[in-house]
Design a protein around this ligand. Structure first.
Ligand code: AMP
Length: 122
């Protein structure tokens, strides 16, 4: 799997393109989606150069894997959609490859919330 260093999220990670940043640590950068599909729509992007979840699962270190998973929950809390808050709850999903509908070839999880997110697959 070849990683394209010119994908849009790689450019955001390098600071070449701006984003509405929510959170950043050693493992993830999180920002709001430019074209929100729900009231709240955030993206949690791996800091490492991975094309998708399969690439990440096979190459990333355990620290990177736990950092990304923890990052999703942390970001959900930061944007107020965590299940711990009243009226909270959210959906996180990752698209993988062509049939999965992945547009940007750099691993990222979506977080949808702020309202009922509806049917799981349409
Ligand atoms: P996916 O289809 O899973 O690859 O999702 C890619 C997501 O990235 C889409 O929801 C886009 O709206 C979003 N996106 C594309 N470019 C940007 C950008 N410059 N800033 C924020 N989100 C973006």
């Amino acid at each position: 799997m070849t990683y394209d260093k010119n994908n849009i999220f790689a450019k955001i990670l390098r600071g070449e393109i701006p984003c509405k940043k929510i959170y950043e640590d050693e493992y993830v950068l999180a920002f709001y989606d430019i074209n929100p599909q729900k009231k709240i729509h955030a993206l949690v992007v791996s800091k490492g150069e991975y094309v998708n979840l399969d690439d990440f699962s096979s190459k990333a270190s355990d620290k990177e894997i736990s950092g990304l998973i923890k990052g999703i929950s942390l970001v959900a809390k930061k944007i107020g959609v965590s299940d711990e808050v009243k009226g909270g709850g959210y959906r996180s999903l990752v698209n993988i490859g062509e049939n999965g509908g992945q547009e940007v070839p750099h691993l990222h999880f979506h977080i949808f919330g702020g309202e009922k997110v509806g049917k799981m697959v349409s």
